[in-house]
Design a protein around this ligand. Structure first.
Ligand code: NAP
Ligand code: MG
Length: 493
């Protein structure tokens, strides 16, 4: 790949502006967070590294089956003894306290997230961490209003929730999982991704600071086996998973017939549809945000650009110009637009799929970035003239790679957009409101953005159709995924 990247010096050179890491006081090693305390794990510990430098950040404990069992027992005890007995208003107070502590420690959390994940500090600082606080504030407000969640009076929590999350938005996915679960009166055992455990462990410290009763939230670090043991545990009532469709399918099979409730937030291959009457400058920014935000490690990324044929050339030219100004490099530098790819494995996957795209005949263009010597990097890449049947039009690449397809009529745009096994998100760019509504109505996608992309709000439900999973997170719908109606369960107040 190196030979494709011209070693040019951009006329837009910026002096380095690295965010200081002095705010972080990391320990050399971290245990599991069970029953309100950090304890040793009995699995083989592992290192978490910075994907930008490949340097070790800390040693992380791994939970084996017995540790998972201890964590689930702690969650069950906390449910029975404290959390289910507490009023909604009191649960809300803890959630408000957590939200405020996230705000107080925002800079530290953003630095930790960028260090461990590789995402640019301006994204973790301005998007991830503020949204984490927003999620806790939002669900804190729901805790004493569950009668209005749409399940009748006195809805009940499901019980102990097992939550497994991916590496692309480590702290934000934790917030999406923990905030509604606690507001609805559940207790939690959460497993972060193996490559990004750090912010979840700092969050455990925040829970201690907030005096959350022991066992209400437990965090078990480890690899896939830890997640598998957790979701299968017989004393778990609810499973919430965000990750790949393959693992989601395995989990669905493993727990089928057990009576556990489940929500699955899986992959995507979103269409970002640009009509010829769209404001082009705005659309170009939206396309860039849609697929190059967070290095394209975004389940709802606009990875398929569907552009109307008569503006195809203009849009692709402008995109190339825009991408040539993006700065790739140190995630902790405040000027960085494109950070590191999260792991060597993910980099290999992006490289393999891109090579397949080229072999299948699409035109490959790579932004002229200087690639740092160490770490995992992939320069923003566009594939033009992609066929609907091409692998890179069908499979999720989960990297900074855009596939460009064209259409002539709205009907063709809709048919191409829906021609995917996924159905998580979509974008529509047009000056005409009626066209946007008519097209949106026919797209089989859980979230549809109009003249914008990758906007998130805790009040808005998020989730997919088809192989993108089932259930919704966010908003009132996200609460319903952690509640049962008192009437249907015969529960007394
Ligand atoms: P992944 O391999 O499915 O991993 C997700 C989580 O599941 C990780 O914590 C992983 O642990 C764990 N895990 C692995 N095998 C397991 C098993 N058999 N049972 C239980 N847990 C298991 O996904 P990923 O590659 O990390 O994440 C990327 C995928 O997530 C993409 O496909 C993306 O679209 C999807 N995603 C979806 C959403 C959404 O809301 N729809 C949001 C973000 C990401 P390890 O880390 O140790 O492997
Ligand atoms: Mg890491």
């Amino acid at each position: 790949m190196a030979k494709e990247i011209a070693n040019t010096t951009s006329f837009l050179e910026y002096a380095p502006a690295p965010e200081s890491t002095s705010i972080l006081h990391l320990k050399k090693s971290y245990g599991l967070f069970i029953d309100g305390e950090f304890v040793d794990g009995h699995g083989q510990s592992f290192s978490t590294i910075s994907p930008a430098t490949e340097k070790k950040i800390a040693e992380i404990a791994s939970a084996n089956t017995a540790d998972v069992d201890t964590a689930v027992s702690a969650a069950r005890r906390a449910l029975d003894k404290t959390w289910s007995k507490m009023s909604g208003a009191d649960r809300g107070k803890y959630l408000f306290r957590i939200a405020r502590l996230v705000q107080e420690r925002a800079r530290e959390l953003a630095v930790a997230e960028s260090l461990d994940n590789g995402k640019p500090i301006k994204e973790s600082r301005d998007v991830d961490v503020p949204l984490v606080a927003a999620w806790f504030f939002y669900y804190a407000g729901w805790a004493d209003k569950l009668d209005y969640a749409g399940l009748g009076a006195n809805p009940r929590s499901l019980g102990v929730a097992a939550q497994v999350i991916p590496w692309n938005f480590p702290l934000l996915m934790l917030a999406w999982k923990i905030a509604p679960a606690l507001a609805a009166g559940n207790t939690v055992v959460l497993k972060p991704a193996e490559t990004t455990p750090l912010s979840a462990l700092l969050f455990a410290e925040i829970l201690q600071q907030a005096d959350l009763p022991p066992g209400v939230v437990n965090i078990v670090t480890g690899a896939g086996e830890t997640g598998a043991a957790l979701v299968r545990h017989p004393d778990v009532d609810k499973v919430a998973f965000t990750g790949s469709t393959g693992v989601g399918r395995e989990i669905a099979k493993a727990i089928a017939g057990t009576g556990k409730k489940v929500t699955l937030e899986l992959g995507g291959k979103a269409a970002n549809i640009v009509f010829d009457d769209a404001p082009i400058d705005q659309a170009v920014e939206g396309i860039v945000n849609g697929i190059f935000f967070n290095q394209g490690h975004v389940c709802c990324a606009g990875s398929r650009l569907l552009v109307q044929e008569n503006i195809h050339e203009e849009v692709v030219d402008r995109l190339k110009q825009r991408l040539s100004t993006l700065r790739l490099g140190d995630p902790l530098d405040k000027n960085t637009d494109i950070g590191a790819i999260n792991s060597r494995e993910q980099l290999e996957r992006i490289r393999t799929l891109s090579d397949i795209g080229e072999a299948e005949g699409a035109d490959r263009w790579t932004a002229p970035c200087v690639i740092p010597e160490n770490g995992f990097w992939f320069a923003p890449t566009i594939f033009d003239n992609v066929e609907t049947s091409s692998t890179i039009a069908r499979e999720e690449i989960f990297g900074p790679v855009l596939s460009v397809l064209t259409f002539r009529t709205p009907a063709e745009a809709i048919a191409k957009a829906n021609n995917t096994p996924y159905g998580l998100s979509a974008g529509i760019w047009s000056d005409k409101g009626s066209k946007i509504l008519a097209v949106a109505d026919k797209l089989r996608a859980g979230v549809i953005w109009a003249n914008t992309f990758n906007r998130f709000d805790p009040a808005s439900p998020f989730g997919g159709y088809k192989e993108s999973g089932y259930g919704r997170e966010g908003g009132r719908h996200g609460l319903a995924a952690y509640l049962k109606s008192a009437a249907t369960q015969g529960a007394k107040k």
